[in-house]
Design a protein around this ligand. Sequence first.
Ligand code: DGJ
Length: 742
Amino acid sequence: MITINEKEQVFHLHNGRISYLLYVMESGQLGHLYFGRQLRPEGSYRHMVEKAHRPMSSYIAEGDLYTSYEHLRQEYPTFGTSDYRYPALEVQGPDGSALCKLEYQGYRAIQGKKPLPGLPATYVENPQEADTLEVHMLDPWRRLEVVLSYTIFRDFDCVARSVRFANKGEETLFLDRAMSLSLDFPDADYETVQLSGAWARERAVKVRALEPGVTAVSSMRGHSSHHHNPFLALKRKSTTEHAGDAYGFSLVYSGNFLAQAEVDNYQVLRVMLGINPFGFRWRLDPGGAFTTPEAVMAYSPEGLNGMSAQFHRLYRSRLARGPWRDKERPVLINNWEATVFDFDEDRLLRIAQKAKECGVEMFVLDDGWFGSRNSDASGLGDWQVNRRKLPGGIGGLAEKVGRLGMQFGLWIEPEMVNKDSGLFRAHPDYILQTPGRSASHGRNQFVLDFSRPEVVEEIYRQLHALLSSADIRYIKWDMNRSISECYSAAWPASRQGEVYHRYILGVYDLHRRLLEDFPDLLIESCASGGGRFDPGMLYYAPQGWTSDDSDAVERLKIQYGTSLVYPLSCMGAHVSACPNGQVGRTTPLDTRGNVAMTGAFGYELDLGRLGPEEIETVKAQVAFYKENRRLLAQGDFYRLLSPFQGNLCAWQVALPDGARALVMVARILSEANGPYRRLPLRGLLPGRKYKVTGKYLSYEAYGDELMQFGLMLEDKSSGEVRDGSGPCRDFSSQIYQVDAIS
Ligand code: DGJ
């Protein structure tokens, strides 16, 4: 999948569908030629370089009035060598100069893909699945070696990139900016798509037209954040969900990030993705090395949905790991919204018992079971059970839940501490704080300094004991505040710029150690809902709590936006009680079920409070999910109607062979005397006959009709109300089943 034209010094990564081309410039810098739909492997493509004399440019060689890095598309631009755009790399030496010039040294092409030390990354299961090109660069003045690594996958239209720096000189260097990816496009006629929001309204789809200057999203909160996701896409104005060029850039990282698109005044576009340079400074001593997180680039000529499909397949099968990657996930019930901190063993067992009767497979005990945790003001840091609430301990409760025929799962928030806790009283210096200065709190809690191995070790010790003490199959790993006043008492002044990154490395390390000890553990990541819903976490936790907002209508937008990058298999989604705790809305139980089912499904309420009819609905939902969970988790996902654009939202999941599809259609507000509607489906076989089954309708049609004319929706409202829960009602929805007739 890598063709190298030695004579022309052009490297061509291709997999039959996409091409990525780079070359060595005469000056020794690495230049970029092309990324997009596949070009034929045998061409040279060096002539694609465009340069012209431009006033007010700086030129790299005397006598040459053409060659300026300002106008050349580059692979990994540095600062101060005639390029006035933001560089990918900024490195400072002891003389205070930030000049850096990288020269090509050679390359290595390898089959397969190497892991990144201490960092989450995509992987291969056998070397034939991918090829990796490593390009070796050197700043001869600083003796800084830079290895740019590119992996192209056989089965996914993605290229994964990362960069490794090694100080081969004798002076200490400081990396002030070390992006994972930089990519120069020949034109800027694109719109950017970003996923932005806030707590309880994460990952809303926002589209901006590019103009000269910088368009960026970032996090400086110490986690990827509810506010912006470490992702950016480019699309042409004419690109739709299903047609047109779409490029996606996604960072496999959970800390501060920057995703930026810069348009220069010649309409050249530079995209960058990596650790946020703000708050970052890595000291690279002689002999030292640093590896950036991995960035994944996806391309599809089939619109944004095509781009998402590439991310979904790659992330579901070659980023998520472990036995739970492909296993059916248990239907769970979580007690948080039902009880908050107010529970004892009897109450929990009653919730579990009722859930068991409905077919739920796992009971998850949320916050409040440990230390002095009766509110959010105390207890974090003390991961020992509160025997006043649970006299038999976690082991006793897990056993009783087991006797009901259910698995047991538990909530933890390992990175945090309350001042009112044994851990803080013993180690007040364990939090991130500038000595002598006050530290802000969030939700009454402080952030443990996970950049320090001894702090991680202390939490590991406690959690290892906890997980060894009972049959705990699942962990909900929460993280409920952003980092402020980031400073570690353990590191010298010259290393304070490393603390944010070292913190997240500590978080990854704790995940790694616990999973090594308990390889069958299913971890669900969480950060006040979706505050750390990123590919980095997905490597350790194959599912994440998508949002604290469990209202079915809000979830339409949240899950729709999330699906731009993330597969359904990783979106934790629960049916909760009404009126909804976050927005006070009352939605029909079937809509809550239909929306939650297109995710890692569960319940978050006391089912004992439901009437007999509702219990029957829950039983039917659980049974339907169990029958279809493999399809829902592993099938091809299509966004059909956007809740950001109208009153209807629809999405579809289909078996890759087109034999069966489920189509979820939700209508937010009821309509009086509305139009007839048809919904064109995707991913079916045109010549195959299907049976369509809705709540009230059933008919047969060929795939071509269903994809061209569309599925005939039964959301008519012209006085056709059949019963209260029927089609004419606010927040109505249904799942249509489309089955090939053999
Ligand atoms: C925030 C989470 O998102 C909730 O689901 C719940 O676990 C609470 N924390 C518990 O404190």
